[in-house]
Design a protein around this ligand. Structure first.
Ligand code: NDP
Ligand code: 8X3
Length: 252
């Protein structure tokens, strides 16, 4: 993968960070994005010695900034081969009748519109070169709906539909479009969802062995190393203890 460029959004923690480290090991040059610049600095230090690294700090909700930064990448970084649309989170977990408008805005603006803003900036280069791979990180919440998941599930169902739409529209350009839909992965996800309540966040992953971010990064490693004629279009990955969005075999 020498001289290939991967752009990973949300690379300051969890799945995105694991993908950045894994793709760098494979030889990719890494563009890593997120809002926390200190975390991007740390990532730069953790990368393989000699790995080419471009950290970019922006909020995916900021439509102008996304266009300005990603539309003006330095010349030797502009030909992005692999885009991983990973930035996203759940915000809150309340029934629809009491959910917060701010939480709903955050989830739709980040998980759906942010993914679109980033894609809008990167796709033209891929269509011009008639090559590229786009990996959208969806969720089991984009395949099923669970109690109090309402808007998060809606945002991830939107990611699933947009992924399918991208695959159709970009098909004439030979661009691979891949949806990866994980179940429970222990990251900072629940800490964000429950607004820093670490005790509540921990209980989500207790009583069974959840996925870890590296499990998803290894799937990314596999899909990006398939031959040109092979695309793993749609992947659902669960911890063995999880049978569906709501059924987890805890404390067997
Ligand atoms: P983390 O909370 O560990 O990571 C989320 C990443 O998204 C961070 O790097 C964060 O960076 C970035 N991010 C969040 N909001 C914004 C924003 N407004 N602008 C730019 N970047 C942002 O969670 P995960 O690694 O678990 O989540 C990654 C993806 O995986 C998400 O799309 C999530 O929905 C999905 N997913 C997670 C599952 C899980 O169980 N953990 C299961 C299925 C899917 P920063 O805060 O620095 O901006
Ligand atoms: C994250 C997994 O089950 O909390 O997308 O929706 S879940």
């Amino acid at each position: 993968m020498e001289n290939k460029i991967a752009l990973i959004t949300g690379a300051t923690s969890g799945i995105g960070k694991a993908c950045a480290l894994t793709l760098a090991k494979m030889g990719f040059d890494i563009i890593a994005t997120g809002r926390r610049s200190d975390r991007l600095d740390e990532l730069g230090k953790e990368l393989e010695a000699g790995a080419r690294f471009l950290p970019l700090v922006f909020d995916v909700r900021d439509r102008e900034k996304v266009a300005e930064i990603l539309g003006n990448l330095p010349a030797d970084w502009s030909a992005v081969d692999v885009l991983i649309n990973n930035a996203g989170n759940a915000h809150g977990m309340d029934p629809i009748q009491t959910g917060s408008l701010d939480d709903w805005d955050a989830m739709m603006d980040i998980n759906v519109k942010g993914l679109l803003y980033v894609s809008k900036a990167i796709i033209p280069g891929m269509t011009a070169r008639k090559s590229g791979t786009i990996i959208n990180i969806g969720s089991i919440a984009g395949k099923e709906v669970y109690p109090n998941g309402n808007v998060y599930c809606g945002s991830k169902h939107a990611v699933d539909a947009i992924t399918k739409g991208m695959r159709i529209d970009l098909n004439p350009f030979g661009i691979k479009v891949i949806g990866i839909h994980p179940g429970l992965v222990e990251t900072e996800f629940s800490l964000v969802r429950f607004k820093g309540d670490d005790k509540r966040a921990e209980t989500v992953y207790q009583g069974f062995e959840p996925l870890v971010a590296q499990d998803i990064a290894e799937i990314v490693e596999f899909v990006v190393s398939r031959p040109a004629h092979v695309v793993l279009a749609d992947i659902v990955v669960l911890p063995t203890a999880q049978a569906s969005a709501t059924l987890v075999n805890k404390n067997p």
